[in-house]
Design a protein around this ligand. Structure first.
Ligand code: IPM
Ligand code: MG
Length: 363
């Protein structure tokens, strides 16, 4: 296999700590499985601002553009919250998504059986949970124009954002959702607010059109408020959920907690050419940064998604997922997924344990 290029962007907060564990996994794939990857590290988010005065330095974008895949930690931190909006860490992430046209965000919520008791929901509600949120990532209210805060003639300020989607943007994310469902349980639930918002009424119409090409996949529709409720009431009814950018942001945090911890969930953001950026869905967790206690599994599982979707090595993806599962079988837990009777470990110990299983499986 030709050497793959991976841009490694640790970012802020716990980003560098969890990325270090993911890099150990990639090193192990090279040593034990002969998987060749060339990694180049660059700053993004607050780290980009500190180094170059902007959250997405030109050099970082260039490295990301020249790579086969991007592995990202997390961005943001209280130290940057008072900067002007274009300089804030989040703009680094949003800028990368837009520049690389990563319109399709896949956020799987999979409950490892070993973690059933770590969820705040009853075991019977969540055990066996396996759903996929397909979030539109480069459009909608996150990017719509006009936007801003203006002062009205009477002197009062008014803030405004625009929810806007073209048919073609809805169609392409719809196709991703239906293709994804085809490889799973063949059910798509499109989440909208068609009872109030015209833009999502169009969303619903286009989803119905896309569904005509997928007679083997069942399409249903749900309003977003109901979807949030159903996610905590009976989450196992869902297979694939497809939704607008901001709805997907909110619902994916909600879905993450069903699995015990947001520290477990990886994600993939893909463009038309399957080039992707891979990141845990949790944030930079400034409250625990630098203490070596963050859960690295979401980032390690993001490496698995990267191998599956962008680097053409699905068998290695499976190995990583197995190694994570075996590590959980051993009873190792970071604080976020800890329950009585297990062994509490830190970030590096967790990463080392996964690498240990990966090595053992290669023999
Ligand atoms: C996410 C995050 C980002 C988003 C932030 C950090 C800009 O919450 O990836 O879900 O809102 O998309
Ligand atoms: Mg979010």
């Amino acid at each position: 296999m030709a050497t793959k290029k991976i841009a490694v962007l640790p970012g802020d907060g716990i980003g560098p700590e969890i990325i270090a564990e993911a890099v150990k996994v990639l090193d192990c794939l090279r040593d034990a499985y002969g998987f060749q990857a060339e990694m180049e590290t660059a700053p993004v988010g607050g780290a980009g601002y500190d180094a170059y005065g902007k959250p997405l330095p030109d050099e970082t974008l260039k490295i990301a553009q020249a790579s086969d895949a991007v592995l990202l930690g997390a961005v943001g931190g209280p130290k940057y919250d008072t900067l002007d909006r274009p300089l804030r860490p989040e703009q680094g992430l949003l800028g990368l998504r837009k520049a690389l046209e990563l319109f399709a965000n896949l956020r799987p919520a999979l409950l490892y059986p070993q973690l059933v008791s770590a969820s705040t929901l009853k075991p019977e509600v969540v055990s066996g949970l396996d759903l996929m949120i397909v979030r539109e990532l480069t459009g909608g209210i996150y990017f719509g124009q006009p936007r801003g805060v203006r002062t009205l003639p009477d002197g009062e300020k008014e803030g405004f954002n625009t929810l806007v989607y073209r048919e073609s943007e809805i169609r392409r994310i719809g196709i991703v959702a239906f293709e994804t469902a085809r490889k799973r349980s063949k059910r798509v639930c499109s989440v909208d607010k068609a009872n109030v918002l015209e833009c999502t009424e169009l969303w619903r119409q286009v989803m119905i059109e896309v569904a005509r090409d997928y007679p083997d996949v069942q399409l249903s529709h749900m309003y977003v408020d109901n979807a949030a409720m159903q996610l905590v009431r009976a989450p196992k009814q869902f297979d694939v959920m497809v939704t607008e950018n901001m709805f997907g942001d909110i619902l994916s945090d909600c879905a993450a907690m069903l699995t015990g911890s947001i520290g477990m969930l990886p994600s993939a953001s893909l463009n038309e050419a399957q080039k992707g950026m891979y990141e845990p869905i949790h944030g930079s967790a400034p409250d625990i940064a630098g203490r070596g206690i963050a859960n690295p599994l979401a980032t390690i599982l993001s490496v698995a998604m990267m191998l599956r979707y962008s680097l053409g090595a699905p068998e290695l993806a499976e190995r990583i997922e197995q190694a994570v599962s075996r590590t959980l079988d051993d009873g190792l837990r970071t604080g976020d997924i800890f329950v009585e009777g297990c062994k509490k470990v830190g970030t590096a110990q967790m990463g080392d344990a996964v690498v240990g299983h990966l090595r053992a499986m290669a023999k």
